[in-house]
Ligand binder design. Structure first.
Ligand SMILES: [Zn+2]
Length: 119
């Protein structure tokens, strides 16, 4: 159990997060579940943005590698290294894409819970 600030802006009373209403002003405080859900939703939203940035960076890196590769085709070692690196980048991107779809699925569930809580 935690003490939270009463959601009534002018009240400032500290209320148990288990309480249905603030004992001082009577305002319902059991919004905590909704706030928590919103927080979790936004956390995933930010997470997805960060992952998409990472994918963009990796894709650029891979593209740069292809460009360099074209110039350095004569060096067999370089090409093999670049190929290995580009395969590992592709694996990394795939892993990130899976993380994104997991987060998206969780967001969908949270949204449903929010819809149910807010009506
Ligand atoms: Zn209050």
């Amino acid at each position: 159990m935690a003490m939270i600030k009463c959601p009534e802006p002018e009240c400032n009373n500290m209320v148990s997060d288990q309480a249905a209403t603030c004992p001082k002003c009577g305002r319902p405080v059991r919004r905590i579940g909704v706030d928590r859900l919103r927080f979790e939703y936004e956390k995933r939203q930010r997470g997805i943005q960060a992952l998409q940035t990472k994918i963009a960076r990796l894709s650029r890196e891979r593209q740069d590698m292809y460009d360099l590769d074209d110039k350095m085709l004569k060096s067999d070692n370089y090409t093999a290294d670049a190929m290995n690196r580009s395969i590992s980048i592709s694996d990394e991107i795939q892993g990130i894409e899976e993380e994104i779809s997991t987060a998206e699925a969780e967001m969908k569930q949270i949204q449903q819970a929010l819809d149910a809580a807010e009506c």
